[in-house]
Design a protein around this ligand. Structure first.
Ligand SMILES: *Cc1c(COP(=O)(O)O)cnc(C)c1O
Length: 355
């Protein structure tokens, strides 16, 4: 079906609240821009796409999202270059992925025309919220929820697709130490680990709290069957550098196919860094750490791009990683950000100009 983007209805705020925002002191994900995009699914089709003032939405207590968790989301960013042009980074990947996540949760796929038209019109309205400067960005959160008023346990017949935006600064997460999971799991074979499904994150909070009590900030999840293989962190894919080689787990139905992850793999290839995409044994990483061959662990994800990890814990033992001058993680972060901010050649065609 062809979706007519002329249907987009735009209702602007009377007065922007941007003056009230201190852009030098932003906490990630707390402040939202003036407008949001909303589109409803009913009678078998997506309809009435609109941009309207950001604010609460009304849902019945019986809305299915509250009972059965039919909810998926995405995370992407918009960047402004020195000439005030607005850029997205590989937005087609996020579009494809939200529909893949939706399909897994029996949510109807969202039309591409509505997604890009809604997103770009929203960004144009909010252009003043995207600040120039390396590290400043607008975090974009598309999501879908089941709104049908009915508590029978089957897929809803009504949904809401929304996009909200939150200004973000470059943020330093401090030293991050991770625990390799020995008991809890994030995802199982045949499950929903590969989907950005809301419930995946709720399920991680409790074990992550336990890890925090033990002195770690995050968990690297291991496979649910044996806990012998390292998979990914809660919101990041994970890379290990042993010697000069980079190792990361293959994507599967348990691991999220991160846009940053695949970009890092391509950049590594450009730089002639050897990358092995294969299962990563906990025992090989522990052994490499003991021998001093484990040089780096870092996470990759849209929010922080690359998140260096300074140490890890496993079976009660703690390991610290060396502080490197020639860190791969730092170099990937710098290269990726230069592409995102239109400061470097984009030979893979990852940048997307919002016109
Ligand atoms: C979003 C996410 C990532 C990172 O994906 P990007 O596309 O790089 O932002 C990795 N793992 C999980 C579980 C995620 O939810």
């Amino acid at each position: 079906m062809k979706y007519d983007t002329n249907q987009l209805e735009i209702n602007k705020v009377q007065k922007s609240k941007i003056e009230e925002v201190n852009f030098d002191n932003l906490v990630f994900g707390e402040i939202f821009t003036d407008h949001m995009f909303e589109c409803d699914y009913a009678n078998g089709e997506w309809q009435n796409p609109k941009i309207k003032p950001y604010g609460p939405i009304q849902l019945a207590p019986s809305a299915k999202v509250f009972h059965y968790g039919q909810a998926v989301f995405e995370g992407m960013k918009a960047y402004k270059d020195e000439d005030d042009q607005i850029w997205l980074f590989r937005p087609d990947e996020n579009f494809k992925r939200i529909n893949k996540s939706s399909a897994r949760l029996a949510i109807p796929e969202f039309p591409e025309e509505f997604f890009f038209n809604g997103l770009e019109e929203l960004l144009k309205l909010e252009k003043d919220w995207i600040k120039k400067g390396f590290g400043n960005s607008l975090y974009i959160r598309p999501f879908v929820i089941a709104t049908e008023e009915c508590v029978s346990a089957n897929p809803a017949t009504k949904y809401k697709f929304m996009i909200i935006c939150s200004p973000a600064q470059a943020y330093y997460s401090g030293e991050v130490r991770v625990q390799f999971s020995e008991k809890y799991s994030r995802a199982a074979d045949g499950g929903v680990g590969a989907a950005k499904a809301a419930g995946n994150y709720a399920a991680q909070f409790y074990p992550t709290n336990l890890a925090k009590e033990a002195g770690f900030q995050q968990i690297i999840w291991t496979d649910a069957n044996t806990h012998e293989f390292l998979e990914e962190a809660g919101t990041m894919n994970i890379f290990f550098r042993v010697g000069d080689k980079l190792i990361t787990a293959p994507t599967s139905d348990r691991i999220l196919d991160g846009v940053t992850r695949k970009s890092v793999i391509d950049l590594a290839k450009d730089l002639n860094i050897e990358v092995e995409i294969r299962r990563v044994k906990v025992s090989e990483i522990v052994e490499a750490a003991r021998k001093g061959e484990l040089k780096e662990i870092f996470g990759s994800g849209t929010a922080t791009v690359i998140n260096p990890i300074s140490g890890f814990g496993y079976k009660g033992e703690k390991f610290e990683l060396p502080k490197l001058e020639d860190s791969y993680g730092k170099s990937f972060k710098d290269r990726l950000m230069k592409i995102q901010y239109n400061q470097a050649e984009d030979k893979h065609g990852w940048r997307h100009l919002v016109k």
